[in-house]
Design a protein around this ligand. Structure first.
Ligand code: SF4
Length: 375
């Protein structure tokens, strides 16, 4: 198994999507946010592609979104302006924070005349009415999508797509579980590349790669000292360079709590005679992002549980600059982890940040953890 395969798919995401269109004749739809039910798109033979950062300067985004919008939002719209996603036949957003919502409206101005769907989704996922509400919105999305496709979807097609997506989640969870080992068989960078590739590729093809990876990982031993066991917590984060360079400083990122990692795949679709309700239950019940966790703040306990399960020694709390939902969550997460003996380091991300700005602080953080481990 060549673990570089996932990296190649991530880096060559646009080539993969264009090639997929050519070989299947299918349509490709971009998704903003992990709450878009990919299963409905896949059931219609459409490839869902998560819109992720490019980490290039995004100065051209200024006429479309405010300068104080998060760097990820600005990065997205900048890529649209440059035509990086010109192969997309449409985009779907499931209601989320203000910044990405405005980005979605601007995206439509840059890419008019395609299928653009704004899916309402409960912000308060803890509400007893959330599943009913989300079920109705799943049905509305399905109807709009069917109209655009020009044909109805059978429930059996949706159930099949649910099965494939759940297999993907189960495989990722099993691979993540191997990172609990004192000597994890894969680095944090490799793990992130695996999850990212799954959000860009046909799930059936990704599942096949994951099955091969899982078999290889059972006997794989990395010729590196894992060093300090770290967790990464925070906003949208697809910066594999950051993870890789951090790990070169003498640590391993053994688990994450962000929407390009565990928040994307932890939890499965429950059995339900109505596939729309099954999807609503899965998406309402998935690990929430902070923009849906307002008063419940369930992320705090979930993050602590993950830290314990993976035996982490410290946590990097990463926030996209100007991201209010995460900024509101971080104080509670920070104090909960620290009260439980897990030191934290807060880092603020912009679209492009030379790693040098972080290096000294991360080195000092690792040094402190190593020193504490001696006592
Ligand atoms: S990083 Fe924060 S502000 Fe930006 S899209 Fe995500 S939740 Fe919204």
């Amino acid at each position: 198994m060549d673990f570089e395969t996932f990296r190649r798919h991530g880096r060559g995401r646009h080539d993969y999507a264009r090639d997929w269109k050519k070989r299947t004749g299918g349509k490709v739809v971009g998704t903003f946010c992990t709450y878009v039910p990919e299963e409905i798109l896949a059931a219609g033979g459409v490839l869902p592609v998560r819109i992720l950062g490019s980490h290039e300067p995004a100065d051209d985004a200024e006429p479309y979104v405010f300068g104080m919008f998060c760097p990820f939002s600005r990065d997205c719209i900048s890529q649209a302006i440059r035509g990086r996603y010109d192969y997309l036949d449409g985009t779907v957003l499931a209601q989320t924070c203000l910044h990405i919502r405005n980005t979605f409206w601007s995206w439509q101005k840059v890419n008019p005349g395609r299928f653009h769907y704004y899916m309402c989704f409960p912000i308060k996922v803890q509400s007893p009415r959330a599943v009913d509400y989300a079920t109705g919105e799943m049905r509305a999305f399905r109807a709009a999508f069917e109209k655009w496709l020009g044909r109805p979807l059978a429930d059996a097609q949706i159930r099949d797509a649910i099965r494939v997506c759940d297999e993907n989640r189960a495989l990722l969870e099993e691979i993540y579980g191997l990172r609990k080992d004192p000597h994890p068989p894969l680095t944090g960078r490799e793990a992130m590349e695996m999850v990212l590739a799954g959000q860009l590729m046909d799930k059936r093809e990704h599942n096949q790669l994951l099955r091969q990876a899982l078999a290889a990982l059972r006997t794989r031993r990395l010729e590196r000292d894992p060093g300090v066991r770290l967790m990464i917590v925070g906003s949208e984060d697809d910066d594999t360079e950051f993870i890789g360079t951090t790990e070169e400083l003498g640590c391993t990122i053994v688990v994450d709590e962000h929407c390009t990692g565990t928040r994307y795949f932890l939890n499965r679709t429950p059995d339900d005679p109505d596939p729309m309700r099954a999807l609503a239950r899965r998406y309402v019940g998935k690990p929430p992002c902070p923009s849906r966790d307002w008063d419940a703040r369930t992320r705090t306990d979930r993050t602590l549980q993950l830290a314990r399960d993976y035996n982490v020694q410290g946590a990097l709390l990463v926030q996209q600059k100007f991201c209010d939902p995460h900024e509101l969550d971080i104080p509670a997460i920070k104090s909960t982890l620290e009260r439980n003996g897990i030191p934290t380091l807060f880092l603020e991300f912009d679209v492009t940040i030379p790693f040098g700005q972080f290096r000294t602080r991360i080195e000092a953080f690792l040094e402190m953890i190593r020193a504490e481990a001696l006592f």
